[in-house]
Design a protein around this ligand. Sequence first.
Ligand SMILES: *Cc1c(COP(=O)(O)O)cnc(C)c1O
Length: 359
Amino acid sequence: MRVVNFSAGPAVIPEVVLQQAAAEMLDWHGSGMSVMEMSHRGKEFISIAAKAEADLRALLAIPANYKLLFLQGGAIGENAIVPMNLLAGRTVADYVNTGEWSKKSIKEAKKYCTVSIAASAEDKGFTYVPTQERWKLTPGAAYVHVCTNETIGGVEYQWTPDTGDVPLVADMSSHLLSRAVDVSKFGIIYGGAQKNAGSAGLTLVIVRDDLLDRALPITPSAFHWKAQAEAESMVNTPATYAIYIAGLVFQWLLAQGGVAAIERVNIAKAALLYDYLDQTPFYRSVVRKEDRSRMNVPFKLRDESLDEAFLKGANEQGMVQLKGHRSVGGMRASIYNAMPIEGVRRLVDYMKDFERRHG
Ligand SMILES: *Cc1c(COP(=O)(O)O)cnc(C)c1O
């Protein structure tokens, strides 16, 4: 029996996607091969990658002057790949620090450039997004980096920063495809696929084409955006199976009605959970209301000595991966696109029942 999986990533994948992948495992569309066994340069795989690209472009309405790259190395890889690709002729980059993932990006970037912290939410334990009037941007910075959904802290931008002529770079790993986004407001968008777009091993990178000429000469070929753009992401062998799975997820999303439709469901799912958290003192959410993530919902039991019993009881009912990240403690429910609203209802019912028994 399948569990209700609240994992932060790798995470739940739509069941129909897994079923289709299973059905096609030994013989993809009469090719006599598994997708895993195909040459990445053969016509079968080229058609899989082309469809995945076209579908993702349609889902996010990616403008024609943006390249879409299917790379490897994850978002943590991009933490180094971003500065290497954008620092030619510049030495300073601005970073907004909203939590654990921002901190990781900052630490890595410091190996390559002078990092200026434009704003930080550390003063309040990373429970909010600093509004833009409080940012101190550096004129002539190479770029401004933000993490638009902090997977661990559960803090999400509900607005798009305006950085003028300086390119805005966003780590969207954990909320890409969960909500409408105006790609034209960003220079670079990147994210790992294992949250909302399938399996691990694939990194999605969306790059505005005028930013392809800023790479440092030391940039490795496999991570050189311009080289990868020119080679259709095939400077090296791409993560073929992960691209295939992501393609199936994109088809599933289109069948749901696209990003706007899934966003409405995501709003309803998050409201179910937050509305309940807000009307009981038994649990609490520490994130400022306006900045709460729709994808990752951390919460605490008022009495932390009940944490273990809470997790054990949830596990017994098939609800798994609810333990919060060790850096914040408590619980975290990740409710990505592929989590049906029934899964969130079951969690809230369990929370109510647990409160009745222990409150
Ligand atoms: C998961 C995650 C990462 C790390 O991705 P890797 O694939 O492990 O490199 C980075 N940033 C955010 C916001 C994430 O959610």
